[in-house]
Design a binder for this molecule. Sequence first.
Ligand code: DP6
Length: 328
Amino acid sequence: MSHSGAIRTARAGVNIALVKYWGKASALDNLPAVGSLSLTLDGLGTTTTVEFDDALSTDAFTLDGVAQPLDTRVPALLDEVRVLAGIRARAAVRSINSVPTAAGLASSASGFAALGLAAFAAAGLEVSGPPSAALVDCVRRGSGSAPRSLLGGFVRLDRDSGGVRAVSTGSAPWSVCIIVARVAFGPKDVSSRDGMAHSRDTSPFYAAWVDTHAADLDAAEAAIAARDLSALGEVMEFSTMKMHACMLASRPALRYWAPGTLAALDAVHALRRAGVSAWATMDAGPHVKVLCATEDAARVRAALEPACLGTLTCGVGAAAQLIEERVP
Ligand code: DP6
């Protein structure tokens, strides 16, 4: 079937895991070993235009206007979409990240969520209503954290029989924010994907990480339902430190922290001693992300800024959506 000229654009927000995903049940299928729970952020994200064109002989991908080597994950997602839609046309994919390049926060999650939604829509697949199981599965194969960026606010992702299921949790608005404290420059040494495989293969703590994970998801979901920021922050820090303990016990150790990571953590602990409900998390990188009430944001920023290179404040973001403007 000809599918020339089918072009759609989608935007998806970055998400930060409060209960972390680390490890795969199947590397081949990129199936997570554990669920996760996240907050989608406003202000930071990816906008992607997908244009199917019969005249193209290969897929093409530009990021922030620069042609990218076609890593297998982008064409693999497009291949899945072509199979589902019964089309053969190759696609031109153009993405823009609204993440400051130096912030070290470029996100595969918002990238694959925006790519999946735009590609599904351009291929004529179903995109109305909540994300379909097919879309969730497709973006999950691109990146395990990507289904969380299809939805807004707090999102819980669980394994299910076929793959994963992502649902919004905590429907009423809650005025919280994430303040990102940037503590180092430069890209990370070890990708999440490689780091997860290394932890699974060598860390004696990996089995304990997987076995104790579900309880954290339930505790975080209950804290969100109760609008209990301290309970949510406490389980977020617990999940974060367990994940980093598992990484550190890998052989050789996987250490994503920089000196500034500890300085920012000290600032968060000092805030708590002073009575501010501020809580820290780190991913596969050195930066510290601080969860707090929006009304405390100025105070938290003031405490973090002397300890880091700069901060970014993000509120609660919306679900991924199709938009009219195209990435040129
Ligand atoms: C530490 O989703 O980037 O940020 O599935 O291999 O693409 P792949 O991994 P990715 O891993 C994210 C790991 C994390 C924790 C999290 O976001 O849950």
